[in-house]
Design a protein around this ligand. Structure first.
Ligand code: ACO
Length: 370
């Protein structure tokens, strides 16, 4: 018995942008981007939001629209849980999972978001599987928890809203999109066999994106109101200081953008993904000979090539979707998974590994039997 994948789908924004279009923005070239990253095109969400993309991917996974993989169409009441991985939600609250619950009419579902950057889908599927397993009734027919028989797990991102379009080190890498999967608790199938998730401290701050709030509370640290504080001594008003900093920031470079030390992240990523695959195999007692294919996070073709070499596997063992997507963060793994199904790479009974790394630093791997 286990959480079995019974559907998956993906969605991409309408606008597709090739590498040559980026040559007009920054000092780069199609040749540099393609050879250093494997990326040829990416989609950019101009009209679509993360919830729009997540909804379109979820509809495929639920078997409501064509284009995805679905064992059979489900009805809204079937879904008990929605976990959405994203670092680019439409709003802070409701969560993107909450928005999907409303839009898809999944009125039985509990819904929340997970922020684990590019590893978000692996984390979310691990959380969903754990909640499903914990809610399975015991011998006495009770679990004491929300009964969760089916879960919708989504990864959706608009990373191009966190992109500094004047920074050639990062702006060539990212794209937008969404992927989704439906997990079903099945007494007669194994489904997810095991997972390994882990955090490391990104102490060099090699991958970060700050958050700026618009509101400054109207008190100073002593609890004196802003107005009284100003009258006491205008030169020490914290609120005025913060507002002055914000004005200076607004006039200059965008602040709420991804900043990355590429080579540092590359080094972490290559080791972390390989280690996660080894760990999940060891936890499940499997070997690479048992595995049909690996669906890795699509951040850089060279990172995947490095992992293939380290694991002594041919490159075609890995699903490769990056050429058309760029790095779509939490959406990357479920989008690549949908591609793997669409390309006929995954058949019933196959064992498949999903693996990713990302900001935090997060990393992990999960193995399931299709
Ligand atoms: N076009 C042309 N030249 C460029 C570009 C560009 N777009 N970007 C960088 N360069 C230059 C650099 O300035 C540097 O020039 P210099 O030698 O004169 O200083 C040279 O190319 C080499 O730069 P490196 O950064 O060393 O290039 P590298 O081969 O490491 O590739 C890359 C850079 C693609 C970013 C790579 O390091 C990488 O993929 N890192 C991992 C990124 C990643 O996986 N991020 C995932 C997390 S994202 C998230 O979590 C949301």
């Amino acid at each position: 018995m286990g959480s079995t994948l019974v559907g998956c789908g993906k969605a991409m924004p309408a606008l597709k942008i090739g590498n040559t279009a980026l040559e007009a923005l920054v000092d780069t070239s199609d040749e540099w981007i393609a050879s250093r990253t494997g990326i040829k095109t990416r989609c950019i969400a101009i009209e679509e939001t993360s919830a729009d993309l997540g909804e379109a991917a979820a509809r495929q996974a639920l078997g409501w629209t064509a284009g995805g993989y679905s064992e059979r169409p489900l009805i809204p009441e079937d879904i008990d849980l929605i976990v959405c991985a994203t670092i680019t939600p439409d709003c802070i609250t409701p969560s993107t999972a909450g928005l999907l619950r409303r839009r898809l009419g999944l009125s039985n579902a509990i819904a929340f978001d997970v922020n684990a950057a590019c590893t978000g889908f692996v984390y979310s599927a691990t959380v969903a599987e754990a909640m499903m397993a914990a809610s399975a009734p015991n011998a006495a027919g009770a679990s004491g928890r929300n009964p969760i028989r089916r879960a919708l797990v989504v990864g959706t991102e608009r990373l191009t809203r966190l992109t500094n379009w004047a920074d050639r080190n990062t702006c060539v890498l990212f794209g937008d999109g969404a992927g989704a999967a439906v997990l079903e608790w099945d007494e007669s199938r194994s489904g997810i066999l095991g997972s390994f998730i882990v955090n490391a401290d990104d102490e060099a701050n090699a991958l970060s994106c700050p958050l700026s709030y618009d509101v400054v509370p109207p008190f100073d640290s002593r609890g004196v109101s802003t107005e009284a504080s100003r009258q006491e001594d205008p030169s020490t008003s914290r609120v005025d200081e913060e507002l002055a900093v914000r004005e200076a920031v607004d006039a200059g470079e965008p602040q709420q953008v991804l900043r990355m030390n590429g080579p540092h992240v590359f080094k972490f990523a290559a080791e972390a993904m390989t280690e996660a695959v080894r760990q999940v195999l060891s936890r499940t007692g499997l070997t690479l000979d048992d595995i049909a294919c690996i669906v890795p996070h699509q951040a850089n073709e060279r990172i995947i090539k490095y992992a293939a070499k380290k694991l002594d596997l041919p490159l075609d063992f890995f699903q490769m979707s990056i050429a058309q997507t760029g790095n779509t963060s939490a959406a990357s793994v479920p989008m690549a998974l949908a591609d793997a199904y669409a390309e006929g790479r995954i058949k019933r009974g196959d064992k498949v590994i999903l693996t990713a790394f990302g900001g935090g630093f997060t990393s992990g791997a999960l193995v399931f039997e299709a």
